[in-house]
Design a protein around this ligand. Sequence first.
Ligand code: ADE
Ligand code: ZN
Length: 334
Amino acid sequence: MNQTTYIQQLPKVELHLHIEGSLEPEMMFALARRNKISLPFTSTEEVKSAYEFNDLQSFLDIYYQGANVLTHEIDFYDLTWAYLLRCQQDNVLHTEIFFDPQTHTERGIAFDTVINGIHKALEDGREKLGITSCIIMCFLRHLDEESAFLTLEQALPHKDKIIGVGLDSSELGHPPEKFARVFTKAHQEGFLAVAHAGEEGPVSNIYDSLELLKVHRIDHGVRCADDSSLVAQLAQSRMPLTVCPLSNTKLKVFAQMRDHNLVELLRQGLCVTINSDDPAYFGGYMTDNFLAIAQSHDVTNEELAQFTRNAIEASFISEEEKTQLMEKLNVFTG
Ligand code: ADE
Ligand code: ZN
């Protein structure tokens, strides 16, 4: 089997996917029409040509605008279902997805509308596609602490559907300490925790996410390479990094894919995983991200399988479910 076929067939686990970032231009137009919302674009081609980003902020501006078409529970259902069908194509067996409640509640969409639509699709995905999943709710770091506390409050009646909290949006200027008290409350309420850190922000954001937010995983974290003692600490503790190769090159965290450091970090013993982040905006889902790395790095099939092993290890499922996924992976690797 050649490496492309190996990658297509490799069982995968996704741990870093913003459901709003799976909104394809075609669905954006369909929902705009259905909900009578006007878009600043006249065609899907025009939308796609606007997806040229200089940095994280230039992406976020267009990404939040796109999310405006999501209005009713069925919209969130359809969005999530379309993503699950892509998971099926890419052999993703388990996925832990992010949503950004404030992107919707800030424009008057009820928290319940959002979570119920996403959750129903994930339930159907489990039943009809055999894909297991968890939901992580992210706080937008460009908004204030009070808004994050309010969002946490809104999530409490949905504890059965939400496994953890995360932190995303503009990293520069919004350090983890801004949300330390919210994360403390989230931990008290029984939520697990993750945070975007060291994507385009400094290593101090990784240290502070670990110490102040007590996260179980770091989202991105690729800037850890700036600090060798941090790399050693991450390797020793097996702290997972949910890395997103196509995102990192699209947002110019790395100039070219061959400059990406995730294979090197893997070889240094870090629990590195491959993920798609916002696939509709960055040019690819899980298989595309694996292929992009394999095409630009001299990586073995065993190393590619190790990314899935790491993702299983880093996932928020039970030990029993982890064992089941490992068994499926072992059947594939032989
Ligand atoms: N929200 C969606 N994608 C993101 C990313 N890559 N970084 C920070 N916030 C995000
Ligand atoms: Zn992300």
